[in-house]
Design a protein around this ligand. Structure first.
Ligand code: AMP
Ligand code: MG
Length: 401
């Protein structure tokens, strides 16, 4: 019997998104702008104000009414600073005005101060023709009150939060945080700060994933570490499913005897994903325990990083209602040759150097340092060989993290 074919990455992502759609979070809350970074809007953000709220000057200069001006120097009838409320412009005069100051009623243009001459008697000689609306930021040119500025499902970064602040919002209406139980498995794991016994290693995946989950707007339930012991694993999952929206684990999903997380998961439900056409990360296992989804990442640090970034990240965003979950990527010239085609899609740690993608020398899935050296991942499809200079797809880590 031939081994079952490996599941392509696209299909795995489609299945994960379908699973996320079945458990989308519908509760929402108002949170202050100061803590709303990376959260997802639960309803459209509608403008309360025109922006700018009134026409104002884009320059330090002189405001005038173009139709009222006969080309002769004009006396200055008022001085308007940002934050002041001006008087109506007297006919036959101009107003001294500064950047951001409201344009007075009656004025329709601003000449910048560099283009005028101030005469000895204080009048202003406009030395070149002046156009209506020049250097004027018209009321509502950015948006009108009532306009939808940001759609529900938008992730909130610094610029989105600034858009809300510009409308005078102190809070935004966001989807509640997904609660993610984070569990490490492996007899060999020791927490940083504890003495390292023989045969042991420090748990690095927990640090990687707890920070990354936070950056995706999630609340982390730290579920600690488990030994490779099936009964304890089952009991732990039973306990975690009470309050988690997702159980995220590392380790124990390969086909070995000690890989009990995968065994428990496959016994409890039909796996949603297993045996992927991806390198590193083939053992990634996704299923449900009771009704709660479980994503079992492989334990190797780089396998955990690649599978979390490419597969768990879109799941977590969709759970919160984000539609656009695909990371931006671009095509770049390979600064390396790839003479032997692989049977799985490979994600290699690479850096950008003078317009080429160059590889970290050690691409072992156990080596974490390459990910911190690299700028992102180069994707090499199944069955593909490359010569130096061929085009490859590059996914920057800035898109994933
Ligand atoms: P596993 O997926 O359990 O077979 O683990 C694969 C490799 O990843 C083994 O060498 C483990 O020691 C290592 N590993 C598993 N979990 C972690 C972790 N939390 N942090 C660092 N390395 C880990
Ligand atoms: Mg293990």
């Amino acid at each position: 019997m031939s081994p079952s074919p490996l599941m392509p990455v696209e299909e795995a992502i489609a299945r994960l998104l379908a699973m996320a759609d079945t458990c989308r979070l519908h509760d929402s809350e108002q949170v202050p702008l100061s803590t709303a970074r990376q959260r997802v809007l639960a309803s459209d953000l509608v403008a309360a104000l025109d922006l700018p709220p009134w026409s104002n000057s884009a320059m330090d200069g002189y405001a005038l009414n173009v139709a009222d001006w006969n080309g002769q120097p004009l006396p200055v009838s008022q001085r308007i600073l940002a934050g002041q409320a001006p008087e109506t412009l007297l006919p036959g005069t101009c107003a001294r005005i500064f950047t951001g100051a409201p344009l007075p009623e009656g004025a329709d243009s601003v000449e910048m101060q560099e283009n005028v001459r101030v005469l000895d008697d204080g009048r202003i000689d406009f030395q070149q023709p002046v156009r209506v609306a020049q250097n004027v930021r018209a009321q509502g040119q950015e948006n009108r009150a009532g306009q939808v500025l940001l759609r529900a499902g938008k992730r909130l970064g610094p610029s989105e939060l600034a858009v809300a602040a510009a409308q005078g919002c102190t809070h935004v209406h966001v989807v509640r945080q997904p609660r993610i139980a984070l569990l490490s498995t492996g007899d060999e794991l020791v927490e940083p700060g504890m003495p390292l016994g023989p045969g042991c290693i420090y748990n690095s995946n927990r640090t990687l994933l707890s920070h990354w989950l936070g950056a995706l707007g999630c609340a982390v339930i730290d579920a600690g570490s488990l030994p490779d012991q099936p009964e304890q694993t089952r009991l732990k999952l039973e306990q975690l499913q009470q309050d988690a929206d997702l159980i995220l684990t590392t380790g124990g999903v390969s086909a070995g005897e000690a890989d009990c997380l995968g065994q428990v998961l496959r016994q409890s439900s039909e796996p949603v994903l297993w045996k992927l056409s991806i390198k590193p990360g083939k053992p990634l296992t996704v299923g449900r325990f009771g009704t709660v989804p479980v994503i079992g990442l492989p334990g190797n640090p780089t396998s955990a990083l690649v599978t979390f970034g490419l597969l768990a990240r879109p799941f977590l965003l969709r759970l919160q209602g984000v539609e656009a979950v695909t990371p931006l990527s671009f095509s770049i010239s390979a600064g390396f040759a790839w003479p032997r085609a692989g049977t799985r899609r490979e994600y290699l740690r690479a850096r950008l150097d003078e317009g080429h993608a160059v590889l970290y020398p050690n691409q072992s899935s156990g080596v974490l340092l390459g990910a911190s050296w690299a700028d992102g991942l180069v994707e090499i499809p199944e069955g593909c060989t490359l010569a130096m200079g061929d085009a490859v797809r590059f996914i920057p880590f800035s898109e994933l993290f």
